[in-house]
Design a binder for this molecule. Sequence first.
Ligand code: DGT
Ligand code: CA
Ligand code: CA
Ligand code: ZN
Length: 584
Amino acid sequence: MKNAQLSATFDQMADIMEILGQDRFRINSYRKVARTIGELPVDVAMLLEEGTLGKMPGIGKSSLAKIQEYLESGKIAAHEALLEKIPTSLLELLEIPGMGPKGVKAFYDKLKITNVDELKKALADGSAATLPGFGEKKAAALQKGIEFLETSAGRIRLDQAADAAHMVIGHLQRLPGIDRVEPAGSLRRRAESIGDVDILVTTGADKKKSGLTPKEIIALFTTAPFVERVLAAGETKGSAIVQTETTPVQVDVRVVPAESFGAALQYFTGSKPHNVRLREIAVKAKLKLNEYGLFRGERLVAGATEEEIYEKLGLDFIAPALREDRGEVEAAANHSLPKLLQQSDVKGDFHMHTLASDGRAEIEEMAEAAQTLGYAFICITDHSESSIIANGQTPKRLARQIEKIHKVDARLRGITVLAGAEVDILADGKLDFDDALLAHLDFAIASIHSGLGSPRAKVTSRTLKAMDNPYITCIGHPTGRLIGQREAMDIDMAAVIEHAAQTQTALEINANPYRLDLKDTHCRMAIDKGVKLAIGTDAHSAAGLGLMPFGVATAARGWATPGDVLNTLTPARLKTFLKTKRPR
Ligand code: DGT
Ligand code: CA
Ligand code: CA
Ligand code: ZN
C-alpha cells in the first residue's frame, strides 16, 4: 500500500509551495488530499482502479492525475519540479518540532538559512532575534526543538520497526532449511523507540537438511526486493536499509549456529547494561558469557536456549521487556520477579473513537471487532466539544450518543459496551462537560489537547484539578508526547501519580505507538503508588484496536502484573470498580 508515501508527497508539495510563498488555495487543496489519502482505510490504488477515488473529499481531477502518475511511476513531475526550486536541506528544518513552513520561509528569505547548522549559529549569535516577531520565547522553543531532533534523529517508532522486521522475517522463513528466525535488540525488548532492527537466524543442528550456507542466507537477505541499500554483506552478518511503507529502516541479520542460538539471542537482545550485569555474575561464578555461550574454561555450559543460560547463572528467566538493568537482575536472583501482564490477560479496551467524533466506524463495528479479539468489554470515548478539529460532541450530541451506546450494548450478546467520552481539560482545569452530564457516563477520560506548551505549574494543576472530579475515571495520554515529533509536556509526574492515588483516578497507557503515554518508567512509578492503569488504543477504526499489544508491552516494561491493569477485569468487576470514586 502506497497511501502513507503518497500522502507525505502531497504534504511535501504543500510545504515547498508555502516556503516559496505560492498560492494559498492550491496549498490548502494539497493538504486536503494528503489528509484524505492518509486516512483511507484501504489501498488508494484499489479505489483508483474502482473509479471511486475521485468521490473522496478534496480529490479533484488534477490531484487524481497526480495520484495515478505516482502509482504508475513512483514520482509526480510537479513534485520533482518543486524540489528543484529550493535547497533540499530546507526540508530538514521542517523536521524541527515547533518549526513550520512559515518559519522556514522567514529564515530562508531574510537570513538565507538553509540547514540546521546555520539555524543553530543564527540562534547562538543573535541574528535570529532580528527577525520580526521572533522573541526570546520562540528562540528557546526552537533551541529545545533542535535538541529534541538531535536526540531522536535516526530512531524510529516501534510499529515501524515491527513492520520492517515482519517483512524480513517473512522473507527469511521462506528460505529452505531455516530453523528459527527471531527478532532481538530493542525491538524484542519493545523499547519505545528503535535505532536499528536486529534479527537472528539459525539453520538448525542438522546441517545436511539446510541447503544454504550462512553466507548464502545473508546474500538472499541483502538482495531481497525490499532492500534499498546494502551496508554490509559478510560471512554471517548482513546489514541493509529496508524500505517500509512509512520509513527506511536499518536491519542487521546474523546467522548463528544452533548450539549458540540462545546465547546469541540473549546477547543481541541486550540491553547493554543488562548484559554487563550478567557478565559480572558469570565472572563471580568463574564462568565466561558471550554471544557463543556460557563457558567454564573451554567447556560450553549453556548456549542453545536463553532459559538454560539464566538458569546456570542462578537466575529466574527474565522477560525481554524487563532487561534494562532496572532491578530485574536482583529480582531474578531472589525469585521476586513480577508475573507480567500479557495480551491474553486483556479483556477490553478503554479508549476509542467512532463516527460520532473523528473515528471512521460505527459503534457496532468497533464492538464486533472487539469480539473477534476475544474481548468482554469496550468503552466508546468520543471527543468533547472543545476539540473542534476532532469533531468533538456538544452536550446534546453526547446525550444522544450515550443512548445509542446503551442500545448497542443491549443488542449485542457476549460483549459489554460502556458509554464513555474523552473530555477535554480546559485551560483553567475545568472540564468540557458539566457534572450532570458526566454522571450519565460509565467511564470518562480527561485529556489535555491544548496549551501543551504551558509552564509546569499550569499543566500540572490542570491535570490535578481534573482528577478531583468524581466522574473522571482516568487521565488520557498524561504527558502529551508524540514519539519523534513532540516532547512531553513539562508536567510533574510525581505529583500527578500521588494525586491519582489519592483520588483513585486511573492513568491511561495510550497504546498508540506514536504515544506510549504513560511510558514504561512512569507506569512503574504509578504501580508503586497503587495507581491503576487503563490501556486504551485510541482507535479511530476497527483496525486501530489491534494496537493493544504495544500498550501491553509498555505496561510490562513498567513491571505491570494483571492486577495493576483495569483491562484484565471482568465486566462485572469493572462496573464495581467504576463506582468506587463516585458519590453514592
Ligand atoms: P537500538 O538499536 O539503539 O534501539 O538498541 P539495541 O539495544 O537494539 O542496540 P544495538 O542494536 O546497538 O545492539 C543490540 C544488542 O547487542 C544490544 O542491546 C546489546 C548487544 N550489544 C551490542 N554491542 C554490545 C557491547 O558492546 N556490549 C554488550 N554487552 N552488548 C552489546
Ligand atoms: Ca538494535
Ligand atoms: Ca544493531
Ligand atoms: Zn486524546
